[in-house]
Design a protein around this ligand. Structure first.
Ligand SMILES: Nc1ncnc2c1ncn2[C@@H]1O[C@H](COP(=O)(O)OP(=O)(O)OP(=O)(O)O)[C@@H](O)[C@H]1O
Ligand SMILES: [Mg+2]
Length: 251
């Protein structure tokens, strides 16, 4: 079987300093996968380097066995919220329509079918009433939902989502995870950067533990152990334990 994403010997450095070292893994198809690790572990960097948004010092990335450039239409990306320019003057509907450009082509106008697909994606995330609103005039959680709608409209096969739950309320988080589970059931592969260790076992089939190096990658029940979390978070884990953040998982 062809793997949706294969990463070999990936090293990425900013100003000569490696922030990802020799990372290797192969993502199975049709799974909901959590990417977990402390701040600065390289989670966003991992996604950006897979998508070719930042250069790699070394390593190979393949999407369905081919270079990313050939396969990029098969990938949807929801960036980490703070990395987006929310003052850019554009409506929620236009943001979602951008998800269709892989299908439309940059020089053609969106068809009524594209618009209908974009509207139905906005409906799925409960944002249809805000279609004409400027994105700068939406709340943080609403902006996040518009970005999710954009990814849905794109109709990709692999989704990368960088902290999609930041700034959304509990009900919206559950709604988003239900959507992602639906995508999974359609055979899509979804990778999600996630910080809340309490919900990892509930949400994800597989987990990728990262701290500059890949600590472990595999089925959640095998990989999400106290020992592996200690390796991933080091001394910081005791802080998490004190705050009760780990009560949900078994040692
Ligand atoms: N543009 C940049 N220039 C220089 N260093 C950077 C740049 N972007 C990220 N870094 C550094 O690379 C490392 C990894 O950053 P990255 O954003 O990938 O971490 P992360 O795991 O996504 O963290 P967080 O949980 O805070 O989002 C950090 O040490 C960060 O300071
Ligand atoms: Mg990040």
């Amino acid at each position: 079987m062809e793997h949706p994403v294969t990463v070999e010997n990936l090293t990425v450095a900013y100003h000569q300093k490696p922030v990802l070292r020799e990372v290797e893994f192969s993502v199975p198809k049709g799974k909901l996968i959590g990417i977990v690790g402390p701040n600065g572990a390289g989670k966003s960097t991992l996604i950006k380097s897979i998508l070719g948004l930042i250069p790699r010092a070394s390593g190979e990335v393949q999407i369905f066995g081919k270079p990313y450039k050939q396969e990029r239409r098969r990938i949807g990306y929801v960036p980490q919220r703070e990395s987006v320019d929310w003052d850019f003057p554009t409506s929620a509907l236009d943001v979602v329509l951008m998800g269709r450009y892989g299908h439309i082509g940059w020089f053609r106008r969106p068809s009524s079918k594209d618009k209908a697909l974009a509207m139905s994606a906005l409906e799925k995330v409960g944002m249809a009433d805000y279609a004409d609103r400027q994105i700068s005039q939406l709340s943080g959680g609403q902006q996040q939902r518009v970005f999710l709608a954009r990814a849905l409209a794109q109709d990709a096969e692999i989704y990368f989502m960088d902290e999609p739950f930041v700034g959304v309320d509990a009900a919206t988080e559950k709604a988003i995870i239900a959507l992602l589970t639906e995508l999974k059931h359609q055979g899509k592969t979804v990778l999600v950067v996630h910080h809340d260790l309490q919900t990892v076992t509930e949400y994800f089939d597989w987990v990728l533990l990262l701290n500059i190096r890949l600590i472990e990658f595999g089925p959640t029940e095998e990989v999400f152990t106290a020992e592996n979390l200690q390796k991933t978070y080091g001394g910081r884990l005791s802080l998490l334990q004190e705050s009760g953040n780990l009560s949900a998982f078994k040692a």
